[in-house]
Design a protein around this ligand. Structure first.
Ligand SMILES: [Zn+2]
Length: 318
């Protein structure tokens, strides 16, 4: 049996873990802005949650029906994204639509000898623009680093939340998309969890029922169509790595160390990793509004590839 890839120094790992726990605690005690946002990025006002379902959050952008139109807006909202990088991402319309009819853009990178299919999703929380930017940067890494992998990148799964003056975690219906996936017992658990464990936090409203939102329905259908061997879901700002599902988790990606933070009713990790048995690597970048440095972005990518090559089960021969 192969040994774990990264046996990180225990002391370093535990320091990072303690720091991550501290940050999480602080995030509960302090407004989100105090941790993540510089003055330029005002944190989103709390949404009224269920009461606001269907209500407009802010003046909506008209649907952007071309990649050029999308990039023109995206470079204004995403940190460290240049027009050239966005254009080179080669996004195409993935067929999905947000509540406000924004296309859900995708990019496939498909070498002829691909054995694995990997779905990479950013920006499912609209107030985590660094996650969308990281996915855009990783598209370039995938093009530049041929591997036996069919990548499908979805840089911005919640465009309505992100592409507005005051980005919101939730979508335009006030639903936390990462609590809206159809985990077993969703009907019993998701809203109960929201009431009891989040104290009815409007930013974490899971929706009136599982898959109530067009964005989550599209991701769900994409899972059925694409049948990924692995999902990588990018978030911020807790600075850790989480993992759900079969296989041995990566111990670290770049400077992010594994710290499994538990499971939530309706989350993509819970649904994909535990219910669908597709491993889900959840990346929590250290900042919601700043991307890692280029060297770190690349190291995370290389560490992901290395973990995949050593730990993902071999797919059956086609
Ligand atoms: Zn998130």
């Amino acid at each position: 049996m192969p040994q774990p890839i990264f046996v990180s120094p225990r002391a370093a790992a535990s320091r990072v873990t303690r720091l991550a726990r501290l940050l999480r605690l602080l995030s509960v005690l302090l407004p989100a802005a105090a941790l993540a946002a510089p003055p330029a990025a005002v944190p989103p006002a709390p949404r009224p949650g269920p009461a606001a379902a269907g209500a407009a959050i802010a003046p909506a952008l008209p649907p952007m029906t071309s990649p050029a139109a999308f990039c023109a807006e995206a470079v204004k909202r995403l940190p460290n994204l240049t027009p050239v990088l966005c254009q080179r991402a080669g996004l195409i319309d993935g067929g999905g639509r947000s509540v406000r009819q924004q296309p859900l853009w995708v990019r496939d990178v498909l070498p002829p000898d691909a054995k694995y299919r990997v779905l990479v999703i950013g920006g499912i929380h609209g107030d985590e623009p660094s996650s969308s930017s990281l996915v855009m940067h990783w598209i370039q890494q995938a093009v530049a680093t041929p591997a036996e992998i069919h990548w499908r990148f979805v840089p911005m799964a919640n465009p309505d939340g992100l592409l507005q003056a005051r980005p919101t975690r939730a979508n335009a219906n006030g639903v936390d998309l990462n609590r809206n996936f159809p985990t077993p017992n969703w009907d019993k658990e998701a809203i109960d969890y929201w009431k009891r464990r989040t104290n009815r936090d409007p930013r974490r409203w899971p929706g009136a029922k599982a898959l109530s939102e067009p964005e989550t329905r599209w991701v769900h259908d994409e899972m059925e169509r694409f049948k990924p061997h692995l999902i990588v879901s990018v978030h911020a700002p807790y600075g850790i790595l989480d993992f759900d599902g079969p296989s041995v988790p990566p111990q670290r990606l770049g400077r992010l160390y594994l710290d499994q933070i538990g499971i939530f009713p309706g989350s993509l990790g819970n649904w994909g990793g535990l219910h669908k048995k597709v491993p889900v690597v959840t990346i929590e970048l250290p900042s919601a509004v700043r991307t890692p440095l280029d060297a770190e972005t690349r190291q995370m990518w290389l560490d992901l590839l290395r973990w995949m090559s050593e730990r993902l089960p071999q797919p059956p021969a086609a």
